[in-house]
Design a protein around this ligand. Structure first.
Ligand SMILES: [Zn+2]
Length: 471
C-alpha cells in the first residue's frame, strides 16, 4: 500500500467510454493508482481510514487533461508571434533559436509546465529544441510527458533569403542527438517521462533527416511527431524539392512506420487523410493557435474518414479549457453547422483520445479503476460557471484554467488548493520575465530590420515587479 487519498463529495466526470458521471461521487487512490470509484457513501464505507481526504464539494473531479502538442519553452514567443502571420518558423523561431541558451530555455519551459499544471493538464507531448535539458524540468514539475527533440537541418541564412538549403553537418548532428536522447530517456529517473522522435517540418528538415529519424523510431519502437499539413507553401515546397506532396513524401520514406502524431493538418486533401488513416496516425488538432493563423483543420472530415483526432494546445497559450471550446466553435464555423459536435466530444479529445495518441490510454485519460491517479478538481461553484446542470458542458464551455484548484499526478498533489507544490512559481515567473526581455533585446540587436514588422522596440518592454502574481 502506498499513501492513500480519498476524494469525496464531488461530481465525478469519469471520462470513460460510457461517459459516466457520478453526481455525489468519490475516488479512492492508493499510491499512484485509482483503486475505487463510485458514490461517496459506498467508497467511504469501503475505505474508512485514508491517509488524506480531499473534500470535492462544489467541484468537478475529472481526469487530468492530455495535450498532444506543446512546445514548453516557446512561452518566450508569447505576445510576439501571434501577429506575424502563418509561418513564424523561418522569420522568428529559427532565428531566435541561435540567440538563447539552454539555461534560458529551461526557465521558459519551467514556466510553461507550471502554467499547464495549474490548468489541469497532467500529460503533454512536448516537442522541444533542447529536449535533453527540458525533460528533467518536466520530471521536476511532477508532470507526465512524451518528449521529442524538435530537429531540423536547414540553413537558417538560406531561409532568411527565401531559399531552402540543408546542411549535411546539421543532418548528422540532429540524427546523433535524437539517437542519444532516445537512448537516455526510456528508463531514466522517472517512468512518467519518456522520449519519442520529432521532426520540425518539411520546410526545415531534409529528406535524409526525415528518413533517418523514421529509422531511429522504428529501431527503438517509439512514435514520431512532426508539423505537417500547414498550407499551400508547404505543398509547393514539397513538390519543388521532391515532386510529391508532404504526406506522400513522409509515407514513401517510412516516416509514418512507427505511428505518428501529426500536428495541425489544416491543409489536407482526401488523399492525405487516406495516407494518415492507413499509417494509423493521429492528428494533433490545435484550434487556438491555428485560428490565429487563419486556419481551421477539417476535423469532421478527419473523423468521418477514420483519422483519429486529439486535442493539443501548442505555443503561447496555457488554458486548455479554451482549446476545448474552440475545438467546437472552430469546427462549427468551418462547416457552418451549429449542431456539429457536443461538449463531450471536445472533452474526450482533451482526455482519452489524446491519451490514445500518446499510446497511454491504458494508463491515463479517464478516471477508472486500475488507471494512474492523474486527476484534477475544478471549482465550478464560481461566477461564470453556475448554474451547473450538465457538468461536462460546464467544463467545456464555461470553466477556465484558473478554476482548477487541485491536481494529482501519479497520486501526488502537484497543486493543492491553488498552491503549486513542486516548483517555486513566483521565481519561475520573475525569471521568465527577466530573461524574456533580455532575449528579445538580443533579437532586436541582431535583426533590427524585423522591428518594423513587429511594430515593437526594445524600449517598449514594460518593467514588471519582481514578484508577479500568479492568480
Ligand atoms: Zn507546434
Amino acid at each position: 500500500m502506498g499513501t492513500t487519498t480519498l476524494i469525496k463529495s464531488g461530481v465525478v466526470v469519469c471520462g470513460d467510454e460510457a461517459g459516466t458521471v457520478i453526481t455525489d461521487g468519490a475516488v479512492f487512490v492508493d499510491g499512484n493508482r485509482i483503486v475505487d470509484v463510485g458514490d461517496t457513501v459506498g467508497v467511504t464505507d469501503r475505505h474508512p481510514a485514508p491517509d488524506r481526504v480531499l473534500d470535492a464539494s462544489g467541484k468537478i473531479v475529472a481526469p487530468g487533461f492530455v495535450s498532444s502538442h506543446n512546445h514548453l519553452a516557446f512561452v518566450l514567443f508569447r505576445g510576439m508571434a501571434e501577429d506575424v502571420g502563418a509561418t513564424p518558423t523561418p522569420t522568428m523561431f529559427l532565428p531566435m533559436r541561435a540567440l538563447i541558451s539552454t539555461e534560458e530555455r529551461i526557465v521558459f519551459a519551467r514556466l510553461g509546465a507550471v502554467e499547464l499544471l495549474r490548468g489541469g493538464v497532467t500529460t503533454i507531448l512536448a516537442m522541444e529544441e533542447d529536449a535533453a535539458a527540458i525533460a528533467p524540468v518536466i520530471v521536476e514539475c511532477g508532470m507526465r510527458a512524451r518528449v521529442a527533440l524538435m530537429t531540423n537541418d536547414v540553413e537558417v541564412s538560406s531561409l532568411m533569403q527565401g531559399k531552402t538549403m540543408f546542411d549535411p553537418d546539421l543532418t548528422q548532428h540532429a540524427l546523433r542527438q535524437s539517437e542519444e536522447f532516445i537512448g537516455r530517456w526510456p528508463g531514466f529517473t522517472s517512468e512518467r517521462v519518456s522520449a519519442m522522435i520529432g521532426a520540425n517540418m518539411i520546410l526545415s528538415c531534409s529528406e535524409t533527416l526525415l528518413r533517418g529519424l523514421g529509422d531511429i523510431a522504428y529501431r527503438h519502437g517509439v512514435g514520431v511527431t512532426c508539423h505537417v499539413g500547414l498550407g499551400a507553401y508547404e505543398v509547393e515546397l514539397s513538390h519543388a524539392l521532391y515532386g510529391k506532396g508532404p504526406f506522400e513524401l513522409l509515407r514513401d520514406i517510412g516516416f509514418f512506420e512507427s505511428g505518428c502524431v501529426a500536428a495541425h493538418c489544416h491543409h489536407v486533401t482526401d488523399n492525405d487523410l487516406a495516407i494518415l488513416r492507413k499509417a494509423g496516425a493521429t492528428v494533433a488538432h490545435c484550434p487556438v493557435l491555428n485560428a490565429l493563423r487563419g486556419a481551421a483543420a477539417p476535423v469532421r472530415r478527419m473523423i468521418d474518414e477514420g483519422v483519429p483526432v486529439a486535442l493539443g494546445l501548442d505555443n503561447y497559450f496555457s488554458d486548455y479549457f479554451d482549446a476545448m471550446r474552440m475545438f467546437i466553435s472552430v469546427a462549427r464555423m468551418r462547416e457552418r453547422d451549429a449542431t456539429l459536435f457536443r461538449a463531450r466530444d471536445a472533452f474526450r479529445a482533451a482526455t482519452l483520445d489524446a491519451a490514445r495518441a500518446l499510446r497511454m490510454d491504458d494508463q491515463i485519460g479517464s478516471i477508472e479503476i486500475g488507471k494512474k491517479a492523474d486527476i484534477q478538481l475544478v471549482d465550478v461553484a464560481r461566477l461564470g460557471v453556475v448554474p451547473v446542470v450538465d457538468p461536462v458542458a460546464a467544463l467545456v464551455y464555461h470553466a477556465h484554467a484558473g478554476d482548477v484548484s487541485t491536481v494529482l499526478i501519479d497520486g501526488v498533489a502537484v497543486m493543492l488548493d491553488g498552491c503549486v507544490m513542486q516548483v517555486d512559481e513566483h521565481a519561475a515567473l520573475a525569471d521568465a520575465q527577466r530573461l524574456g526581455a533580455l532575449a528579445w533585446r538580443r533579437f532586436a540587436v541582431r535583426y533590427p530590420e524585423k522591428l518594423d514588422t513587429l511594430r515593437w522596440t526594445p524600449d517598449s518592454i514594460p518593467n514588471l515587479p519582481e514578484t508577479v502574481r500568479s492568480t
